[in-house]
Design a binder for this molecule. Structure first.
Ligand code: DMJ
Length: 397
């Protein structure tokens, strides 16, 4: 599937941001501030992990010769960070190729002005040419996920070190989990567990949008916790992942809608037309992968395989993979877009779901929100290999 998606991107959209498989061309989009080749940067680590070395080499060569970071346009800090910074960083850590480090340092410098705010919380939009940043004139905003994620990338990129000890970090995790559980975790009348959405300060009890993001995340956090609470949060993660699977299995295509609800007798299904699309997103499959690694319950691989079959049946078209407009329609209508996160995330998580645990072990690698693996840097490693400074920052050699 990866080779098919890549070959068609290469054939019809090389150097553009994403492939339009029905019209057999590419688009440059506008959220990357004029940067090009999003699918190439997003795919580097997937190609490498899958051993598609010829394809990886052509991607690397494109980065070396054609990735122009001197574009001049408004970019979403979040999207550039998760796809370009994350993609280049993980390619550097996986392969050691200097070109990726060089490019990510250069790009990182260009994004830094967005962090120059009184709070240190970055502005959501940055003009890559002028360096001016703004809150959200184009509708881009900083989400909590985006904020957390950008800090993680910058933490590594800048070789900074978190001052938190493992125990403090654990406490923070459980405080956050308690808050989520108390305020957001809901049980539907039909017995499905989900995480309700929080919008602008109002809890929407009927919305299960965040559920699929949360399944694997809660599981992976719980796995590191003290024995007393570990099982509780693993069970919660399993219940939420079950709900996500239900949202897939209750559709005609066996792919899930963008958002699902729990009202008017509907359970884990989208009753609004505008929620019924599926754009090749990874979150549910991502949760299967984490839950497989944490429990080795074969049902997660079975569910992943159901997703593979559905993708092959409904999303594969002659020149790539496409999203679909209504998961409940048995005759599908394609949206003509092969999202770069399909190559970066959906296919990578599927590959990992069916691989041995020692391929990118979760003790050593953490995936950013675009599925780019970054190394877990432990305080002990930093002390052994770096020079501790008085302010707690560390210079790694
Ligand atoms: C990806 O770009 C990332 O997973 C992001 O965090 C959310 N949107 C897409 C996938 O759904």
């Amino acid at each position: 599937m990866m080779k098919f998606a890549w070959d068609n991107y290469k054939r019809y959209a090389w150097g553009k941001n994403e492939l339009r498989p029905l019209t057999r061309n590419g688009h440059t989009g506008n959220m990357f501030g004029g940067l090009r080749g999003a699918s190439i940067v997003d795919s580097l680590d997937t190609l490498y992990i899958m051993g598609l070395m010829e394809e990886y080499e052509e991607a690397k060569e494109w980065i070396q010769n054609n990735l122009d970071l001197n574009s001049n346009g408004e970019a979403s800090l979040f999207e550039v960070n998760i796809r370009y910074v994350g993609g280049l960083l993980s390619a550097y850590y996986l392969t050691g190729a200097e070109i990726f480090k060089q490019k990510v340092m250069e790009l990182g410098e260009k994004l830094l002005p967005a962090f120059n705010t009184p709070t240190g919380i970055p502005r959501g939009v940055i003009n890559l040419g002028s360096g001016t940043s703004s809150l959200s004139p184009s509708g881009y905003h900083v989400s909590i996920g985006g904020l957390g994620d950008s800090f993680y990338e910058y933490l590594i990129k800048s070789y900074l070190m978190s001052e938190k000890t493992d125990q403090e970090a654990q406490k923070m995790y459980y405080r956050a989990m308690e808050a989520i559980e108390t305020n957001l975790v809901q049980k539907s009348p039909g017995g499905l567990t989900y995480v309700a959405e929080w919008r602008g300060g109002i809890l929407d009890h009927k919305m299960g949008h965040l559920a699929c993001f949360s399944g694997g995340m809660i599981g992976i956090g719980a796995d590191d916790g003290p024995a007393g609470q570990r099982q509780h949060y693993l069970d919660l993660a399993a219940e939420i992942t079950h709900t996500c699977h239900e949202s897939y299995s209750r559709s005609a295509t066996k792919l899930g809608p963008e958002a699902f609800r729990f009202d008017a007798g509907a359970e884990a299904t989208a009753n609004r037309l505008s929620d019924r699309y599926y754009i090749l997103r990874p979150e549910v499959i991502e949760s299967y992968m984490y839950m497989w690694r944490l429990t080795h319950n074969p049902k997660y691989r079975e569910w992943g395989w159901e997703a593979v079959e559905a993708l092959e049946k409904h999303c594969r078209v002659d020149a790539g993979f496409s999203g679909i407009r209504d998961v409940y329609a048995s005759t599908v209508s394609h949206d003509n877009m092969q999202q770069s996160f399909f190559l970066s995330e959906t296919l990578k998580y599927l590959y990992l779901l069916f691989s041995d645990d020692d391929l990118l072990p979760l003790e050593d690698w953490v995936f950013n929100t675009e599925a780019h693996p970054l190394p877990v840097i432990r305080k002990r490693c930093l002390q052994e290999h770096g020079t501790m400074q008085d302010d707690g920052q560390t210079n790694l050699e």
